[in-house]
Design a protein around this ligand. Structure first.
Ligand SMILES: Cc1ncc(COP(=O)(O)O)c(C=O)c1O
Length: 389
């Protein structure tokens, strides 16, 4: 079989690799605690599930939808206005995507030619690299360093790179690094994008997961942002609807027009009952989001404090659903991950899987309840890897 040359860019993901290894291990010992994948463990609000099942019983709901319904677009506009004080034109500044993943991986095809440069956070969410590989573009890594509060340093980007760049991906609150953007940083991004004619793609999938009142800023709320960019958002994490596959892109009208045209060639829309469930979530979900944040915040505190009690001191995330944990000296992140599986029965994701600057870290997803997280702490303690100080 002849494979296309571009397939060289696609290797087996670390999650598949870990899952094969875990399967082997589980046949030996069955109480593995998996904190590797960021899929919410909790259900959506009941009124969302009710909307889904109500519309699923309608025999007329089973045709192609082709595009987002007017009500879905209006619900997104309502959410952005009430949650982020951003005005969006429901018809021209919003489009559906089949989960934000769909938007992220297809975007470069519409705006980058082979060889064009795309600026990406390092470490960053792997879908950016997938989209870049599909378009045969070239990534330029913007390192996220602790000493810069995990924000990219735009002044470090060489001028000849900036001149060749066509897109810049940003992700705050981030995955795997749960950093938050500041308004000053976003203003700098707008200026940079205008100077070099770069489209900014803000991935805001974790917009509703934040703690201690540290509300994330929508890129679109920054003056001039709509002239240079778009924001992707998702129902997956905010309302625990990851399996429903629904998200949206909003912002610059011209970019939305081009992407909508491109997408009309790729798929035929999202199942109507799922759009109806999303409308319910976006218009009535504010207090659910608040309760969800309280659950994650409490998990975060219980786990970070638990780790500290056994001598593993990690930063307490201000947002998102992950802990980005520096690993003890003397380990690399892959060996450390396998040691945690072998000796503690706890699965995390090695940081290098998210880019070269992820070495020295592991990502821990807060996707289990507090009892299980405390049990994970106990198992880590018993592994003998850590020594409490
Ligand atoms: C940063 C980030 N963006 C986008 C996505 C994709 O989410 P979805 O396609 O479910 O909207 C994820 C999923 O984990 C993510 O972590």
């Amino acid at each position: 079989m002849k494979l296309a040359a571009r397939m060289k860019a696609f290797s087996t993901s670390i999650f598949s690799e870990l899952s094969i290894y875990i399967k082997q291990k589980c046949s030996e010992k069955n109480d593995m605690i998996d904190l590797s994948i960021g899929s919410p463990d909790l259900p959506p609000p009941p009124f969302v599930m009710e909307a889904l099942s109500r519309y699923a019983s309608d025999p007329k709901a089973y045709g192609y939808t082709l595009k987002g319904t007017r009500e879905f677009h209006e619900a997104v506009a309502f959410y952005y206005q009430t949650a982020h004080h951003v005005s969006l034109h429901p018809e021209t500044e919003i489009m559906y995507v089949i989960g934000s993943q769909d938007g992220l991986v297809h975007l470069p095809m519409a705006f980058a030619d082979p060889g064009d440069i795309i600026l990406v956070p390092d470490p960053g969410y792997p879908a950016y690299a997938t989209g870049i590989a599909m378009a045969e573009a070239v990534p330029y890594f913007m390192p996220l360093r602790k000493e810069n509060d995990f924000l990219p340093n735009l002044r470090e980007i060489p001028q000849e790179i900036a001149e060749k760049a066509v897109l810049m991906f940003l992700n705050f609150p981030g995955n795997p690094v749960p950093a938050l953007a500041t308004e000053a940083f976003f203003r700098e991004v707008v200026e940079f994008a205008k100077r070099y004619n770069i489209i900014v793609v803000s991935d805001f999938a974790y917009s509703e997961l934040y703690y201690d009142g540290n509300k994330p800023i929508s890129f679109l709320s920054i003056p001039g942002a709509k002239e240079v960019g778009i924001e992707l958002n998702s129902l997956s994490k905010s309302y625990n609807m990851a399996g429903c596959r629904i998200g949206y892109i909003c912002g610059n009208e011209e970019i939305i027009r081009i992407l909508s045209k491109f997408k009309s060639n790729l798929d035929y829309g999202i199942f109507l009952p799922i759009q109806q469930a999303a409308i319910a979530a976006l218009t009535e979900g504010a207090s659910f989001c608040e309760q969800n944040r309280a659950i994650y915040q409490s998990r975060r505190d219980c786990f970070v404090d638990g780790l500290a009690s056994i001598g593993w001191h990690v930063d307490r995330p201000k947002a998102g659903m992950f802990i980005w944990a520096e690993i003890p000296k003397g380990w690399n992140s892959l060996d450390f991950t396998y040691a945690l599986i072998d000796r503690a029965g706890v699965v995390v994701t090695p940081g290098h899987a998210f880019g070269p600057s992820g070495e020295g870290y592991v990502r821990i997803a807060l996707v289990e309840g507090e009892d299980k997280l405390l049990r994970a702490v106990e198992k880590l303690k018993q592994s003998g890897i850590f020594s409490a100080k």
